[in-house]
Structure formats: structure tokens, C-alpha cells
Design a protein around this ligand. Structure first.
Ligand code: SF4
Length: 322
């Protein structure tokens, strides 16, 4: 058995659910209870109902025959990628290699994997089996918050990620969740370091989920997320350097660009789209339909772009006319 995100299942015809938006990546989830006990995630609490959820999304279970048959039509349904997520278990990477080989027989779409790996040899074996990108998820930017929320050492996971990125250029990615106690300085400094190491970054906003230890906390303010999101975009596309960013008490106050230059760079709305592996849009992973949107899963309208840019500009102390 394997789980599919409810949107992936609907797109592939395995469920009759009607969705507000459909994914451009098929999201699969393997494994049962997770050995990690991340405080923001329902997967580690062992509750059957909670196991059906990851992020805001529900994950119905299907047989492999059903999923293989559906995925063989993935490209004709407009899907651009497959993303296999796995809970942490005690069985090593062999079950993952088996799944990757099965998937490689039925689709040539690029395959992302987000799973627990212990060393670069495991990463190499998974890449050799047919994975396009492997995520070593850092999730929590602040090292002390990392220990409290995920347990273990952030330094060790970062070392593994950077070591793999050096040995497997362009093949490593990570997830960073904004709103878990980090400052904007810390978030953008880590983003800058990871970009320089050629790591693909997917930004998320923290979502308080029922059944988790963090269910009563608040999601981050949208303007906080926009500053990190825009900073990430500018760094990634070489439009500004981290050295030009200015902070007041670790809160971003300037990207070092004049207002018109910043408006021009952000005018197509791309900075506010879902980030991460190419073709990954994660519709409503962080947001409820009709509520504030952190990551747009599709191109923004002009009004949406103008609103996002205005919100960003108003929150900055801009260096106008310098
Ligand atoms: S960025 Fe998207 S496709 Fe890549 S690992 Fe994360 S969820 Fe999967």
C-alpha cells in the first residue's frame, strides 16, 4: 500500500474529490509511523487519523497496482514530476530503492525523494537507482529551535546535506519552514549559504496542525514570509547579495535596492510562487482556500502581484533615491 495526496489522487482519477486546484507534481507518501517526533508534524504521533495527514493535506491509501496504473498516465495528465516522501523507519534505504525502481519502470518523469538518509553513500545509491533530487529536510532554521522541535543536531544534518551537495552537484534539496522561531537574518543567511552550496530550497510557512504539539501556535505573519520569500528570490537570481541586505534587530529592513528596481524585479510575481524542485506547486499545502496565500501554486494575476509587492514595500524601510 502507498498513500497519495488527495489532489494527486483526484488528478489521476483515483478519487472523485473535486479540488480547488490540482498539483503539477504527483505526491506519494510511503511508510507508517515515523521515528522522528517533529513537534509540527502529525506523522510521528502514532495516531491512525493523524497518519493520514502531512502538512494541511490528507493522504488516502491505495494499492500499488492502482497507483502504478494511474501513474502510467501521469504525463498525459500534465504532471511534471513525482515526489516520493517517506517517514523515517528502521529498514534503511532498501525499501526506498525498491519503490524508486518500480516508479522508474512506469514513468520517465523526474523523481524527487524526501526521506531520511544517513550518509552520502545512501544518497548516491538512490540517485543511481533513478532519483533526480533528494531532500535532506532541515525544516527548522534556528539551531536551538531545531533541537526543541525536531530533536537531534541541526549541525549534523547540515553537514550531511552539504557533503552530499558537494558529491552530487545539483541533486540535493531541502525544506525550510518559516515561522519556527528563527529571525529573518537567520533565515536569509541560511538560504544564502545553501544557495551557494547549490542546494535547491523549498520554502514553507509553518502551519499549526491539529493533533500536533504545536497545534495552538500561530502561523507566521504574511509580511514576515514575504520578506524572506522575496529575499530568497533576489539571492537565487543574483538580483541582490546578502551583503546588501540590511537588518534592524535581525528583522529585514532593506534589500539594498531602490524602490523602483525592487518593483521591477518582482513585477512578474514569480517570487511569490511555490519554490523547490521544478514542477512542484503544492497547492494549498500551507494555506486554506480563500485565506492568505504564502506560496502561489499558479501564476499570480496582476492584482495579486501588486498586492504582494505593496505588502512587501510597506513593510520595508526603503532606500528611496539613493
Ligand atoms: S520541493 Fe516539492 S517535489 Fe521537491 S521534495 Fe519538496 S515537496 Fe517534493
Amino acid at each position: 500500500m502507498i498513500r497519495l495526496s488527495v489532489g494527486s489522487a483526484a488528478l489521476l482519477g483515483l478519487s472523485t474529490n473535486r479540488m480547488d486546484a490540482y498539483p503539477t507534481t504527483a505526491y506519494l507518501l510511503s511508510g507508517k509511523s515515523c521515528r522522528m517526533k517533529c513537534a509540527f508534524c502529525p506523522q510521528g504521533n502514532g495516531d491512525d487519523e493523524a497518519l493520514k495527514r502531512l502538512g494541511r493535506i490528507s493522504w488516502p491509501e491505495y494499492t500499488w497496482d492502482e497507483v502504478e496504473s494511474a501513474l502510467s498516465k501521469a504525463e498525459s495528465k500534465g504532471l511534471k514530476r513525482i515526489c516520493l516522501q517517506s517517514v523515517r523507519h528502521d529498514e534503511g534505504i532498501e525499501p526506498l530503492i525498491d519503490i524508486v525502481k518500480r516508479l522508474r519502470k512506469i514513468t520517465s518523469l523526474p523523481l524527487s525523494l524526501s526521506a531520511w538518509i544517513g550518509n552520502d553513500k545512501e544518497a548516491t545509491a538512490l540517485i543511481n537507482a533513478g532519483v533526480d533530487k533528494i531532500s535532506v529536510s532541515i525544516d527548522v532554521v534556528n539551531p536551538t529551535a531545531f533541537e526543541d522541535i525536531k530533536g537531534g543536531s541541526q549541525k549534523d544534518r547540515l553537514e550531511l546535506l552539504l557533503n552530499c551537495a558537494e558529491k552530487l552537484p545539483g541533486k540535493m534539496s531541502t525544506h525550510l519552514i518559516c515561522g519556527l522561531g528563527e529571525t529573518e537574518f537567520e533565515a536569509l543567511k541560511m538560504i544564502d549559504m545553501l544557495l551557494k552550496a547549490n542546494v535547491t530550497i523549498a520554502l514553507f510557512a509553518f502551519v499549526p496542525l491539529k493533533g500536533t504539539a504545536m497545534e495552538n501556535l500561530q502561523p507566521p505573519p504574511v509580511d514576515f514570509y514575504r520578506r524572506i520569500q522575496a529575499g530568497y528570490y533576489l539571492l537565487k537570481h543574483g538580483k541582490a547579495g546578502f551583503i546588501s541586505f540590511e537588518f534592524d534587530n535581525e528583522r529585514l529592513v532593506s534589500f539594498g535596492l531602490e524602490e523602483q528596481a525592487l518593483k521591477d524585479v518582482l513585477s512578474d510575481g514569480t517570487a511569490f510562487l511555490t519554490s523547490g524542485c521544478s514542477g512542484c506547486n503544492r497547492p494549498y499545502y500551507n494555506e486554506r482556500p480563500g485565506k492568505a496565500i504564502y506560496n502561489y501554486h499558479r501564476a499570480l494575476s496582476k492584482e495579486e502581484t501588486d498586492q504582494a509587492v505593496l505588502q512587501l514595500l510597506e513593510s520595508l524601510k526603503l532606500k528611496i533615491g539613493q
